[in-house]
Design a protein around this ligand. Structure first.
Ligand SMILES: Nc1nc2ncc(COP(=O)(O)O)nc2c(=O)[nH]1
Length: 268
């Protein structure tokens, strides 16, 4: 899953793709690099980010979803708003990626059930503004699992079919670096829940901290693509359904190496 943030302030690529033509060209580039799907988002979810109005999100996302879909690029829409999800599916999006797992918009579950498209339920505890204060756990793995289970139950109750669900531990969302590593170490816990699992580690802060220099300065986001590819290979080896990444080629190469090591074949 290639990341296409049509935003002004996403943490690692904010502002690069606000222009629709540039965004569409980048989406096609991600597809050409081997992305199976391009994830189009119009609202930054970085810690501390303020929300953008629905009209702004729609204006950013829908033309890009439309153009990429028409060009034959499979697109997911990264949104917490049911109205945006419905409009994006109408424009050709084939999956809804909801970082709030249905919590931000009570209309989302019914909208996704009605649209009949896959729905990524990411673990989330609140909007970016409050995110760091929400990173408090006794046992992050069991609590994230329990909170994701509740999201699954609500989705099923709204009529979403279980095979349409994808789970995501929500790395960096109300989690500190230690929480993120614990969640990755326990990936099988989430795989055992039943639905497919997506991992979104790309260029995130916990990777920067792990790669800090001798002075303790974290590696900048632009220098985290190799680390991201390593996570992608390890996640793929453990059975993750997808990884959501900025540098598709690096992760696809790493996942291909993992597949050859494991199976000797070329399947990804
Ligand atoms: N499913 C899913 N969606 C996401 N959307 C945005 C971001 C924030 O990262 P970005 O600003 O680089 O897009 N991370 C995720 C994630 O981890 N999982």
């Amino acid at each position: 899953m290639g990341v296409l943030n049509v935003t002004h302030n996403s943490f690692s690529d904010g502002g690069s793709y606000l222009d629709h033509e540039v965004a569409v060209a980048h989406g096609k580039h991600l597809r050409d690099q081997g992305a199976d799907i391009v994830d189009v988002g119009g609202e930054s979810t970085r810690p501390g980010a303020e929300r953008v109005a629905a009209e702004v999100e729609a204006e950013r996302v829908l033309p890009v979803v439309r153009e990429l879909s028409r060009a034959g690029v499979p697109v997911s829409v990264d949104t917490m708003r049911a109205e945006i999800a419905v409009a994006a599916v109408r424009e050709g999006a084939v999956l809804v990626n909801d970082v709030s797992g249905g919590l931000a918009d009570p209309e989302m579950a019914a909208a996704v059930a009605d649209a009949g498209v896959p729905w990524i339920l990411m673990h989330w505890r609140g909007h970016s503004r409050d995110m760091n204060s929400l990173a408090v756990y006794t046992d992050v793995v069991s609590e994230v699992r329990a909170e994701l289970s509740a999201r699954v139950e609500d989705a099923l109750a709204a009529g979403v079919s279980e095979d349409a669900l994808v789970l995501d531990p929500g790395l960096g969302f109300a989690k500190n670096a230690e929480h993120d590593w614990r969640l990755l170490r326990a990936l099988e816990t989430f795989l055992d829940m039943g639905p497919a699992v997506l991992v979104g580690a790309s260029r995130k802060r916990f990777l920067g901290s792990a790669l800090a220099d001798s002075a303790g300065t974290p590696r900048p986001a632009s220098g985290r693509d190799v680390a991201t590819a390593a996570v992608s290979a390890l996640a793929a080896e453990r059975g993750a359904w997808a990884v959501r990444v900025h540098d598709v080629r690096a992760s696809l190469d790493a996942v291909t190496v993992a597949a050859h090591w494991q199976h000797g074949g070329s399947e990804r």
